[in-house]
Design a protein around this ligand. Structure first.
Ligand SMILES: Nc1ncnc2c1ncn2[C@@H]1O[C@H](COP(=O)(O)OP(=O)(O)OP(=O)(O)O)[C@@H](O)[C@H]1O
Ligand SMILES: [Mg+2]
Length: 366
């Protein structure tokens, strides 16, 4: 045992003498409790076996916003789990970990670890207790599993439909010419949807990887929107002659990626066309003011209920699931849009009024 009875003397030191908080480990070595906690990046405390706080590091002081030395640890952290964890560390003399939900400034989850540093031989035992905020990791894990469940679900529906068709074509409809034609159409639609889904997923993961890099290149936004509109008008008669573009003269070029911005406006204008009332106009305004180029896209539709608005840019989130799927949508368009616009440091706003329509605003700083 390295720790001798000198610990007892210095233990009282640590407890009662603020100016000279020292623990003697061997007569020739002096260990400062404050140094032990200060080298740790996460909130950390040294405690006695009764729960009195000997010292705390800066991270712990920031978290609890007070001088923790004045408090009893079990009054600071009241969760029974914390007490259990400490008791187990004392009785087993081993490292013990547990999760704690603390409601400080905001509710967060911490991985707590505690271990005995000095056993309680002369009632001068010391414990180290640390807290590591794992909320972000837990959230990331939750999002990951929701994402996997969503992808599986999105792929399963077209696959189930394809399997059903193949079985029917092999069996009862083997010699039915008209059924074969109908089924081939469905197969084509479903395989296209799966292929779009895989393409969108790849596109999202590429965008995530480069989101922190500002795009290079110059984009003439009016010309880009004109081109997108022309392609959409040709794609189906339902979109023909419905888009009106009102652009200010002498618009400056925008710093941006041509292909990515084409994808953004293709999705936003197509959304306006496909989710609005048939034959109603979609008005696009492009203005330049105070160094900002702003694009507004307004449609006339049933509108989107307020509860959906904050979630529309989540992957696979749809305000109207059935309608989006029937129209071949993957529910990834606005998630991709948000990532691209983040990379372009552009503002993105979705507003909607029930019974009136939806208005999208994208603003680029030149
Ligand atoms: N202009 C709009 N009017 C009404 N609802 C809209 C509008 N734009 C988006 N939405 C709603 O937001 C949802 C998400 O849009 P998003 O573009 O991400 O996916 P999608 O259009 O369903 O699929 P994809 O873009 O892959 O074709 C849509 O399913 C729709 O419910
Ligand atoms: Mg879309």
């Amino acid at each position: 045992m390295i720790i001798s009875c000198t610990v007892k003397k210095t233990w009282y030191f640590a407890r009662y003498n603020d100016a000279a908080r020292t623990l003697m480990i061997e007569p020739m070595y002096t260990l400062k409790p404050q140094n032990i906690v200060d080298v740790l990046p996460h909130p950390a405390f040294l405690l006695d076996f009764e729960g009195s706080i000997i010292c705390a590091n800066t991270a712990a002081k920031q978290l609890f916003g007070m001088r923790p030395e004045k408090h009893n640890f079990f009054k600071l952290i009241k969760q029974p789990n914390a007490r259990k964890c400490i008791m187990k560390a004392i009785t087993t003399n081993s490292l013990v970990t547990c999760n704690l939900e603390l409601h400080l400034q905001t509710p967060r989850t911490y991985a707590a670890s505690t271990a005995v540093l000095i056993p309680n031989t002369d009632e001068n035992g010391v414990l180290l207790f640390t807290l590591n905020d794992v909320s972000a990791a837990i959230d990331a894990e939750k999002s990951r599993s929701i994402f996997v469940a969503n992808v599986s679900h999105e792929l399963r529906s077209p696959l189930t439909s394809l399997m059903g068709i193949v079985e029917t074509l092999q069996g009862p409809a083997r010699n039915d010419e008209s059924a074969r034609e109908r089924f081939l159409d469905i197969m084509q639609r479903e395989t296209r949807r799966m292929s779009r889904l895989v393409g969108d997923l790849l596109s999202l993961s590429k965008l995530e990887a480069k989101e922190h890099l500002a795009p290079e290149g110059n984009v003439q936004i009016f010309e880009l929107i004109q081109r997108v509109t022309a392609v959409l008008s040709e794609s189906t008669s339902a979109y023909k002659d419905r888009v009106n573009i009102h652009a200010q003269k002498n618009l400056p070029v925008i710093k941006g990626d041509q292909d990515e911005l084409t994808e953004v406006f293709q999705n936003l204008i197509e959304n306006a066309l496909k989710y609005s009332h048939p034959h109603t106009p979609v008005d696009i305004t492009i203005t330049h003011m105070n160094g900002k180029v702003t694009i507004g896209i307004k449609d006339q539709s049933e509108g989107i209920a307020a509860k959906h608005l904050p979630r529309l840019t989540e992957r696979f989130y749809r305000a109207d699931k059935g309608r989006s799927r029937d129209m071949g949508g993957t529910g990834l368009g606005l998630a991709i849009t948000k990532h691209i616009l983040n990379r372009h440091r552009a503002n993105f706003l979705i507003e909607s009024e029930i019974g009136v329509g939806t208005s999208i605003v994208v603003a680029f700083t030149k």
